[in-house]
Design a protein around this ligand. Structure first.
Ligand SMILES: O=C(O)c1ccccc1N[C@@H]1O[C@H](COP(=O)(O)O)[C@@H](O)[C@H]1O
Length: 211
């Protein structure tokens, strides 16, 4: 079985970004959302982007961005992926992909089995569905998990990933229980909101890669 892909999100310093790359993360996430403790200006995100080697993909996270912000993010940061973490519609995502050729991920809050049925609306529009806990306070990045057993028998024509409250201590169980092909964490590798911890980043990657 191929090993689980790992995304470390909300990186905001050169030291922690480099730690994620060294630990073998497949994706590194840069948050552009002013209400987040992990927010980066596009200039800061562009500077960090330059430190990422070609084998690691850069994800820019946005929440209901304006067309101008989205265009500027693409121009400045040149991400491999844009992670949409708001109420973006399937039509908007499909248009984004055909206009730009950039990969589009859509985060979905999972409350119950119904939520997974709703995700089907995005099957042709998104490159990947990212199942996260429902929004509380922020649209994401709250360190809360949902009932992983909902994904136990999940089959999808669209690639998908698991997020929400994942930590070095629980990620292996999460992978075993859900079979997630990709796992994504932010709060779980921090010492305080917005402050990444290099040891936790290394422990998370190791636990996910050996699950
Ligand atoms: O990280 C944030 O501040 C954030 C803000 C707005 C939307 C999403 C955000 N983070 C993403 O949410 C999931 C789960 O995060 P956590 O591990 O539970 O903290 C993940 O994709 C984060 O990148």
């Amino acid at each position: 079985m191929p090993s689980t892909l790992v995304k470390i999100c909300g990186l905001s310093t050169a030291e922690t970004l480099t730690a994620a790359v060294r630990a073998g993360a497949d994706y590194v996430g840069l948050v552009h959302f002013e209400k987040s403790p992990r927010h980066l200006s596009l200039t800061e995100a562009a500077r960090l982007r330059q430190l990422v080697p070609p084998q690691v993909k850069v994800v820019v996270l946005v929440v209901n961005p304006s067309p101008a912000t989205l265009a500027e993010a693409l121009r400045e940061v040149r991400p491999d992926v844009v992670q949409f973490h708001g109420q973006e519609t399937p039509e908007a995502l499909a248009r984004f992909r055909s206009d730009t050729g950039v990969e589009a991920w859509r985060a979905m809050g999972v409350r119950d089995a119904e939520s997974l049925a709703e995700a089907a609306r995005f099957h042709r529009a998104a490159d990947l569905l990212l199942f996260d806990a429902p929004a509380s306070g922020l649209p994401g990045g709250n360190g809360t998990r949902f009932d992983w057993s909902l994904l136990g028998a999940y089959k999808s024509p669209t690639p998908w990933g698991l997020a929400g409250g994942l930590t070095p201590a629980n990620v292996a169980d999460a992978i075993r229980l859900t079979g997630a092909p990709l796992v994504d964490t932010s709060s779980g590798v921090e010492s305080a909101p917005g402050v990444k911890d290099v040891d936790k980043i290394a422990a998370f990657c190791k636990a996910a890669q050996s699950a």
